[in-house]
Design a protein around this ligand. Structure first.
Ligand code: 6PG
Length: 255
């Protein structure tokens, strides 16, 4: 196994906010557009709120940023359990992101319809904005992912099949009482991305981080399915709690 690239950050929210702000500005300046896949859950919410409201991020060309989701719960878009609803309140509305730049998973649809709708949307977007893509889905510029206490990421759960033949699938999961029906991107889509960043906070994640890093078992630790093919991808941004079981010494944030 390749030991993942990770940094332990004193202020996970602020330092990751600086990193994503600079990355979005640089990508949009180079390409005229940037595709940003958001994670669900609670860890990234403070980051989204900073991106949505901080004057430091005012220089991001928000009208050029396209938003996608790594997974979504099968609930209506105004449901408190919706990952889209959380991001809309924290970031999309404050930055007045144009509707045509928001590519949500339609959680209000039946599972397989929601998955098919999202896959079709990815295919149309890739044809228009990423014509060199080798597959009918985008090579996302930035993918943000979290990690569950059980080691899941997006809605790829321990024990789920390694072999997938689609970029988007519908799944059922039981985790912390959260909505069970979900739609998720699969490693087929994640592993075409230019940059994947895991954002993990809390001592309650330390065991999942340690197992993902050092127990070679992608069935048990689905985050291992997200490629480690080069030293810079994926990147792990950890707070000290999440890094508690790692032998780190003052790793500094990426510049
Ligand atoms: C979701 C997320 C999920 C999340 C982890 C961690 O829909 O819930 O996509 O993969 O990232 O469960 O969640 P927390 O950040 O709340 O610990």
């Amino acid at each position: 196994m390749i030991e993942p690239s990770y940094v332990v950050l004193d202020d996970l929210t602020y330092e990751s906010f600086e990193y994503f702000t600079a990355s979005l500005i640089a990508i949009a300046a180079e390409k005229g557009i940037a595709s940003f896949v958001l994670s669900g859950g609670g860890t990234p919410l403070d980051l989204y709120r900073k991106l949505g409201r901080s004057t430091i991020a005012k220089d991001v060309p928000w009208d050029k940023i396209h938003f996608f989701w790594g997974d979504e719960r099968l609930v209506p878009p105004d449901d408190p359990g919706s990952n889209y609803a959380a991001a809309r309140e924290a970031l999309l509305e404050p930055r007045a992101i144009p509707e045509q730049n928001i590519h949500r998973i339609k959680g209000e649809l039946p599972p397989h319809e929601a998955a098919a709708d999202y896959a079709a949307r990815l295919s149309v977007w890739a044809a228009e904005y990423d014509p060199g893509a080798p597959h009918p889905w985008p090579r996302f510029d930035i993918v943000l992912l979290g990690l569950g206490e059980d080691g899941h990421t997006a809605s790829l759960f321990p024990g789920s099949p390694l072999e997938v033949d689609a970029p988007v699938i519908a799944v059922t999961a039981d985790y912390q009482g959260r909505p069970a029906g979900r739609v998720t991107l699969t490693p087929l889509a994640f592993n075409d991305a230019h940059l994947v960043v895991f954002l993990v906070a809390g001592a309650n994640k330390a065991d999942a981080v340690h197992g993902t890093f050092y127990v070679d078992d992608p069935v048990r630790y689905p985050a291992q399915r997200i490629r480690y093919v080069d030293e810079m991808n994926p990147m792990w941004f950890l707070d000290k709690g999440a890094a508690r079981r790692l032998d780190w010494r003052g790793n500094r944030p990426p510049r």
